[in-house]
Design a binder for this molecule. Structure first.
Ligand code: HEM
Ligand SMILES: [Cu+2]
Length: 613
């Protein structure tokens, strides 16, 4: 429970984390600020990635023609069982746990307010139970339905119930963040929400609306079917509902990484964020634009009119807009930092960045990789071009430089400061951390190059190609020999990267205690017209002297503080209307999905379940 020693919760509901950190014993401080909870999310998430990333290189070897799976029985029966575990643990469990931690912890610390710990614990508990159910259903080989669980492939009820719990739990941070924001607004009426809290709220609102699609698919279609209450299922409705969620999920993967890039990285690089309103605009646009376009994953599906496929292509390109704003705003923020550090000329600022800091190196390399991911995404999102790459290795090539690097490596970079911050221990080795980051970057670049290239040569994704007799493999895929070899080599390098990373991660949990506290690197926004500047640490704002443990004396406290800028940008003011933005999003989702789903609902197919593994 939350200790009541320092503050009476009844009188001072909102200032728990403002209690002097220096005077509070370490253990207590951790409970006060939710450190332990955040650590639990971090460890659970990275444990999932550890299993998922151990399997990934086997899949890369598969494409290189090397079949490791016969040696892995009875742990893994088939390639598809491993691929389901890899996709689910990396794509859902790793990302969701890190995000549900960060999207509560960072806003709470930014505002200096205590998050609703009960809800946050329930969030962790529900997601953890869901994870265990999924792990059970996947490892007992009852549910090799891949991470998209398209019907009529039929997994066990444990699988669908598990994923339902994980999604339900992942929505609870919305309530926590909105509550934090409302309490802050009561303290500072009329002011715009501080940046990290704004971005977290926009992300969670987006995810909340996104979750309805798959939520409906699971509850209405898949769970009753898996429990035997219904005999058949409609695959097209299932796929459409899945992609309602499945497209915006990429923003649930990405926006937490953007939060770090916008609000923390400029400080770590030694500069400032050059535009706070542009950061808000990006998040507002992502909230509105990412929801209605999910069916662009169904360009080759029957039953969706060509007119819609054309509209979806146009709408999808609109999502490029916030990405371009992000590229320019972050590019300029890094250039500013590089020039402050003495960088000269066209590229001198880039080499002048603090490359020896593994957290900075990880995130800047993640951003670089993401440029290629964005470019490939424009191909995928265009109906005509998608026909060339659809269901080839191009697609996993694409999402390994987006979620698999832009997000994953950013989270790794965040862990390099967050672990010492949460535990008070030193990072095990800066050098090994740097090694893991560069290995991941090089390995993923080779891997992704090979995957994109072999995709253009027609190599299918999700195919146990190494199980073919060698002569057949050579005859069918021989022309893609070079790119498939790159895939396999990239996979091996990624294995080394993973090992290096986990030595640092686990080692840090047990390394020696540090004497210096590691603060959260909240960046200041560039001066002038920005809506808020975040400063840390300065004296807290408008908190009246608080009674302390010793009885009534005001103490000198140290906390993260948001200082208001008198020149509030008009853009930030407009974007403050999150309710309105949410309403616009709801209307546009309905406008997109009612016409797509209506013909499907009026022409239902009844498919029986398949178990093909
Ligand atoms: C250790 C590095 C990794 C390697 C070598 C690797 C390798 C692969 C390969 C070769 C595939 C394609 C399999 C196929 O289409 O048959 C794949 C699929 C996938 N990977 Fe990775 N991966 C790695 C890390 C990651 C990370 C970090 C994430 C996400 C955070 C991720 C998420 C996925 C997902 C969602 C799929 C799709 C599974 C499916 O098609 O059902 N992977 N991976
Ligand atoms: Cu999409």
């Amino acid at each position: 429970m939350f200790p009541r020693r320092q503050t009476s919760e009844r009188n001072l509901p909102d200032i728990a984390s403002a209690v002097s950190e220096r005077q509070t014993p370490n253990a207590e401080r951790q409970t006060l600020n939710g450190n332990r909870m955040m650590l639990a999310f971090l460890v659970w998430g990275f444990s999932a990635l550890m299993i998922g990333a151990a399997i990934g290189p086997l899949q890369a070897l598969n494409y290189g023609g090397i079949n490791a799976y016969p040696y892995l029985r009875p742990l893994l029966q088939t390639y598809y069982q491993g691929l389901t575990i890899h996709g689910v643990l990396n794509g859902y469990i790793f990302t969701f746990f890190i995000s549900c931690g960060l999207l509560v912890y960072l806003p709470a610390r930014e505002l200096g307010l205590r998050p609703n710990m009960t809800l946050w614990r329930i969030c962790f508990g529900v997601m953890a139970v869901g994870t265990l159910m999924l792990v059970f259903a996947m490892f007992d080989n009852s549910s090799s339905v891949l991470w998209t669980f398209y019907p009529p492939l039929k997994g066990s009820a444990f699988f669908y119930l598990g994923i339902t719990l994980v999604v339900l739990g992942s929505l609870l941070p919305l309530a926590i963040v909105l509550d934090l924001r409302a309490r802050w607004k009561r303290l500072r009426p009329g002011e715009p929400t501080p940046l990290v809290t704004y971005m977290s709220a926009a992300t969670m609102l987006m995810w909340f609306l996104a979750a309805f699609g798959t939520g409906a698919e699971l509850v209405i279609q898949l769970i009753p079917w898996a429990l035997g209450l219904t005999a058949t299922v409609d695959p097209m409705i299932g796929r459409t509902l899945f992609w309602w969620t499945g497209h915006p999920i990429v923003y649930f993967w990405l926006m937490p990484a953007y939060i770090s890039w916008y609000a923390l990285l400029p400080k770590q690089a030694g500069g400032k964020l050059v535009s706070d309103p542009m950061a808000r605009l990006t998040f507002a646009m992502l909230l509105v634009f990412s929801l209605p376009v999910g069916s662009h994953h169904q360009f080759v599906d029957p039953g969706i009119s060509p007119i819609w496929k054309g509209i979806l292509t146009a709408l999808t390109l609109s999502v490029a807009l916030p990405s371009l704003i992000t590229a320019f705003t972050l590019g300029l923020s890094l250039e500013y930092a590089g020039r402050l550090r003495g960088g000269r000329g066209w590229f001198g600022w880039f080499t002048a960045l603090p490359w020896r800091d593994p957290s900075v190196a990880a995130q800047v390399l993640a951003m670089l990789t993401f440029i290629f991911g964005g470019a490939g995404g424009i191909v995928n999102g265009s109906w005509q071009l998608d026909n060339i790459v659809h269901n080839t290795t191009w697609i996993p090539g694409h999402f390994h430089i987006t979620v698999g690097t832009a997000t994953a490596m950013t989270f790794m970079g965040v862990a390099f400061w967050l672990l010492p911050h949460l535990t008070g221990r030193k990072l095990l080795s800066q050098r090994l951390a740097l090694v893991s980051v560069w290995l991941w970057f090089v390995g993923m670049s080779l891997f992704a190059l090979g995957m994109h290239w072999s995709g253009l040569l027609g190599v299918p994704r999700r195919a146990w190609v190494s199980e073919l007799p060698h002569s057949v493999y050579e005859r069918v895929y021989g022309s893609a020999h070079l790119p498939l070899t790159l895939v396999a080599i990239g996979g091996m390098i990624l294995w080394l990267a993973t090992i290096a990373f986990y030595i640092v991660f686990v080692g840090t949990l047990f390394s020696r205690r540090s004497t210096e506290a590691v603060p959260i690197p909240f960046a200041q926004a560039f001066g002038g017209k920005e809506s808020h500047a975040i400063a840390t640490p300065i004296t807290p704002y408008d908190i009246a002297p608080q009674p302390t443990a010793k009885g009534g004396e005001p103490d000198d406290r140290e906390t993260v503080v948001v200082s208001a800028n008198p020149h509030i940008s008009p853009l930030a003011k407009v974007l403050e209307h999150l309710g309105l933005l949410t309403t616009i999003t709801v209307v546009s989702v309905l406008a997109a999905y009612i016409p797509i789903l209506w013909p499907l609902v009026n022409n239902m197919t009844a498919a029986h379940g398949w178990k093909v593994w």
